[in-house]
Design a protein around this ligand. Sequence first.
Ligand code: GLN
Length: 391
Amino acid sequence: MNGHLARRTEGFSESVIREMSRRSTVHGAINLAQGFPNFPAPPWIKAAAKQAIEDDVNQYAITWGALSLRTALARFYGERYGMEVDPETMLTVTCGSTEAMLATLLAIVDPGDEVIVLEPFYENYGPDAALCGATPVFVPMRGPEQRVDPDELRRAFTARTKAIIVNTPNNPTGRVFSRGELELIAALCIEHDAICVTDEIYEHILYDGTHVPMATLPGMAGRTVTISGASKTFSVTGWRVGWIVAPPMLTAGIRKVHDFATVGAPAPLQEAVASALGRGGAYFATLATEYRARRDILLPLLEAAGFRPNRPEGAYYVLCDIGGFGFADDTLFAHWLVSEVGVAGVPGSSFFSRPELGRHLIRFTFCKTDEVLHAAGERLAMTGDLARRRR
Ligand code: GLN
């Protein structure tokens, strides 16, 4: 029946991140593949969700988001970053930032438009670009520092460039883009009349530097689409509450796509997130401190086990070089690791346009309790021995 499938399903394959989660379950492994916390969400956000259901907030919210959540978000962006966000015309609440990215690209990109993607990139951006018929243009982040070469970036912008996707703090590299790097991207967007779509879902999970929202740079508020959500900030990845801040003209188009795609995000959970956003600075600081501690547990365990991890500045992933284990490629290694060592990671090739670019890499997440990280470390310590025996 393959002939019945539309061509738009052909440009991409199943998500490797989600596939590794499934393999992890099959093998009873420790899942350090898909980025979801194994610890509870804060009690106050759970209480607020229960209360909202009890209060009968059980029907559709306004399609672009409950007024309470849009008001809370406008206040949050104003107080934290000094951004002027009109809740009536500049905010769209979506089913997670996954829908946010797809709705945005569908709303702004015509088939054949070029969309610049910094590489490695979060897996979804490839299929997102394919679904809207965009021509992705990949620009590498290079070296141990994972920097973009300014000239290479400049050359990637053409008359056909519609948008650039920027993800900071970055999944999978852990990079936090500096103001200087963002200024270069901003200057190129302005010069080429392009839109910057920034995925800032890890905005509060930061170990070094500060988070600079692209929309706060001079001249960028009018051409930036800022995407974020509750998933990572409040450890509620299954709630599917994300959002988009964009200038009114863009928001109008994005809301149309969103409305007909999903109607809206879960209404009672929007109320809970609205109330949680009021917790403010102290909670966000604790979140970062706790993640730093988790990072500092997993990194030395990986190093001791013969993986060569990078040192993330933000987000909750670590990319490791697996060259020392003697495997032909990352997928073979990840499949072997989950079945024989009992730890799931994501093959590095999933984050690149061409598989060979990530052949020497695996990504682990550390959004897990100390106990699970230590247990994973114990298993991973056997990787070298088991790999040698296999040869
Ligand atoms: N962002 C998470 C990751 O990279 C998972 C997102 C998802 O699977 N929807 O693992």
